[in-house]
Design a protein around this ligand. Structure first.
Ligand code: HEC
Ligand code: CU
Length: 388
């Protein structure tokens, strides 16, 4: 019998349980607990089955990190491929946190594996309990103080990055865009340029010679939404009556995908974002086009008339024709690649289907089917197609 400690009260160890106190799992015939020992063969097969998966999983962060070597936009956006200043800071922080938590994983997992293998049950064991040890000031201090220090370090680095992004001084020539979240689409207003558009944001690329970040003023027309373009910045919510700010500073041109990251209703998952990062020339040209009034092509007068004489005008703006604000501005609809916040492509066929039955692409969206004939819809589509 070896003495052990129970905070000063000696306890006996190595004593078999008294027979009058059978535990439910004790076999009454032998008065023994059934063996739960896993033999070496079983152990090997378990390792074979799960070991490879565990190894693969622990490699995951490394694989994901490797993706960041590919510059520029990705069709499946990843926070591990940052392409804008705030996203770069967040990526650096994530890697730091992954490094620390990865090291903890390796230490804890290693100790666990060591204990499992080194102290596994041997055939020579008598079924008695091993010596019980209670309390060790050193060990308890170590596993209290070390995690506290780790958490403090993680907290301070995270707070530093958050404040660095939030308090970044806004350069004078930064572009201002007001983003309004709607169920289930995005409105983009460029107050200094007099432009209103939807779902597809255009911003200029920012280079070291000519830094030009875009500051986004985030508002909501109805419920909570969240602006998230993973390669450009972290998520920021658009909250009714609580303006928020975020900014992006993309360093590579191209198309970046994002999406509303806050459940805002049935069609939340189809509230996609497209951010076009243009060269300064492309951007200037886009701005010039968007500042034009709506095209008035006499060849599609029939379609325009249908638009003007139906409720479309209550909800949509076409500069010079209608001034509704419930739905997206259609003045330059034809300049966009998609409709309905990325739910459908901007082709005549999809436009036709959309106007005929918006629920076909977005069940529960807030545009009603207008009960028009196919011929009327064709004329409408022909008109909308001219709105470059
Ligand atoms: C009750 C208001 C309402 C009426 C009436 C209405 N719409 Fe809409 N419309 C919307 C809303 C809201 C959206 C955005 C839907 C979404 O993406 O979830 C939309 C989206 C659209 C889009 C896609 C725009 C884009 O850039 O994504 C087109 C095109 C469109 N409407 C055309 C029409 C036409 C043509 C009519 C008349 C026949 C019409 N709408 C009538 C509210 C309306
Ligand atoms: Cu949303």
């Amino acid at each position: 019998m070896r003495p052990a400690h129970n905070y000063g009260h000696p306890i006996e160890t190595g004593v078999p349980r008294p027979p009058h106190e059978p535990m439910p799992w004790v076999d009454p015939a032998t008065n023994q607990t059934p063996s739960t020992n896993i033999d070496t063969k079983q152990m090997k097969s378990i390792f074979r089955e799960y070991g490879a998966r565990a190894a693969g999983l622990s490699l995951l962060p490394v694989l994901l990190a490797a993706r960041s070597w590919a510059d520029g936009p990705q069709t499946t956006p990843s926070i591990f491929a940052p392409a804008s200043t705030p996203a770069n800071s967040i990526f650096g922080l994530s890697m730091f946190v992954l490094g620390i938590t990865g090291a903890i994983f390796v230490v804890v997992g290693g100790l666990l594996a060591y204990a499992i293998i080194r102290y596994r049950a041997k055939s020579s064991d008598d079924a008695s309990e091993p010596p019980q040890i209670y309390g060790s000031v050193q060990v308890e201090l170590a596993w209290t103080v070390v995690p506290i220090l780790i958490v403090v370090v993680l907290f301070l680095t995270t707070a530093r990055i958050i404040f660095a992004i939030q308090d970044a001084p806004k350069p004078k020539d930064a572009l201002d865009v007001t983003v309004v979240g709607h169920q289930f689409w995005w409105e983009f207003r460029y107050p200094t340029l007099g432009i209103v558009t939807a779902n597809e944001l255009h911003v200029p690329v920012s280079t070291p010679q000519d830094p030009e970040p875009t500051y986004l003023h985030l508002l909501s027309a109805d419920v909570d939404h969240s602006f998230w373009v993973p390669q450009l910045a972290g998520k920021t919510d658009l909250i009714p009556n609580h303006p928020n700010e975020t900014w992006i500073e993309p360093q590579h041109t191209g198309l970046y995908y994002g999406q509303c990251a806050q459940f805002c209703g049935v069609e939340h998952a189809k509230m996609l974002l497209r951010v076009y990062v243009d060269t300064p020339e492309q951007f200037a040209e886009w701005v010039k086009d968007q500042q034009q009034p709506g095209v008035q092509d006499p060849q599609v007068a029939a379609g325009r008339q249908i638009f003007e004489t139906h409720a479309c005008t209550n909800c949509h703006t076409i500069k010079g024709t209608a001034a509704g604000t419930f739905g997206p501005d259609l003045t330059h609809l034809a300049s966009r690649a998609t409709i309905a916040a990325g739910a459908a492509m901007n082709t005549p066929a999809d436009l036709h289907e959309w106007i005929k039955d918006p629920d076909h692409y977005k069940p529960g969206c807030l545009m009603p089917a207008m009960q028009l004939s196919d011929q009327e819809i064709d004329q409408l589509v022909a008109y909308l197609e001219t709105l470059h």
